[in-house]
Design a protein around this ligand. Sequence first.
Ligand code: DUC
Ligand code: ZN
Ligand code: ZN
Length: 470
Amino acid sequence: MSDVLIQGGRIITAVDDYVADILIHDGKIEAIGRSLSVESAQTYDATGLFVFPGGVDVHTHMESSQGPAITCDTYETGTISAAFGGTTTIIDFAQQEKGESAKATFDRRLELAEPQIGIDVGFHLILTDVRPEVLSELPDLINQDGVSSFKMFMAYPDILMVDDASIFRTMRTVGTHGGMVNLHAENGAVIQVLIEEALAQGNTSPKYHALTRPRIMEAEATHRAIRLAELAEIPVYIVHLSSEEALQVVVEARDRGIPAFAETCPHYLFLTIEKYDIPGFESAKYVMTPPLREHSCQHALWRGLRFDDLQIVSTDHCPFCLNEQPLGINYSKQLGKNDFSKIPNGAPGVELRLTLLYDGGVRTGKITLNRFVQLVSTAPAKMFGLFPRKGAIAVGSDADIVLFDPNKTHTLSAATHHSRVDYSLFEGREVTGKVEKVFLRGELIVDGDRYLGKSGKGQYLKRSASGAIL
Ligand code: DUC
Ligand code: ZN
Ligand code: ZN
């Protein structure tokens, strides 16, 4: 592979902002300086563009089962979509089947993903069946396989939910080896009561998805998760935090010095609960968990992002088509046409994270440019054991680089995105700031509208157990 030289761009990292050239050799950043020149290098002019480290999205669900439903992006299409959005690393999920060993779960997922991925990929392991023999496998997964984070659900009884004892046992085991526990924090048992009550009253429309998942039940589970972690003396990471009340719990813990961390997602920052008032089944597009919240929560979330009470913006890309055709009913929200509790939970977004957060966060003055890079790249890489290989523009780091035009205005639409999903949460929204070129380990994989990457060229990332200390 020939050397690559990116000239004259404005390099923005989590802490820096300066104009310089970047020389790439063998997929790594070899040198950063003024007026670099290497005759044999393939040269790109980045004058007038921002140069970001590749995005790191630590929460995606590619070809992932949810009961009878399957997310509609394969590892191939999902990683292409991510690449167009300036994301060069995802951490996806390997979900344990009941009775399955943790190692078999990981092996099965890696085998499925590896030939397809166009960007680099790691896995969190979702534990659904915390038997003693499963716990005894976790140290090797952390230390040998590079799976250093484990997700559990406090929601979805009888399907995914694990009890507090299982969470606590996992925390103790994982903590001893420097791993991280991620929690979907909602009180699943109480939510189940509310769902049954709603259905018994004949309330079957998508809106009841939101009405049966109250903010204080997210806060209750968040509190429980953090207290369990406190007792186990390990850090804890709350996924897809959506509500002001849950955030208050995180803030309170952090103020006491507890290593509690959390992410939020663009849909909670830019969309509100009113979407469920759209008539008919169209509002099923917005059925994700937790649901969209009231506008007041958005103020709290932005404040959390600014003050580092929230550390990461991930997408929770979990796409299901609105329509049954062409992919089939199992890829579609139509599974819940007559019963909101059967609508597959999740929404797309892996392609939009950088542009949305730049347009709606940086350009509006809610966060700084450096904070933007911290939230979408550097902090996720640090939190999940990938830094400084990922999340940095520094000598020796992987040359995962995004050239971003801060002035280009474009309109978001399902007609132009690269996911297989048949809708966009942000259809018709005009945004300013666009990914122009994306390099993965020095190779140009996105050039404007052209995809130049290849399936299988992405690498599985063994992550270190560092985590947590940002
Ligand atoms: N939780 C997720 O993290 N993703 C999709 C659905 C859910 O409940
Ligand atoms: Zn979840
Ligand atoms: Zn998710």
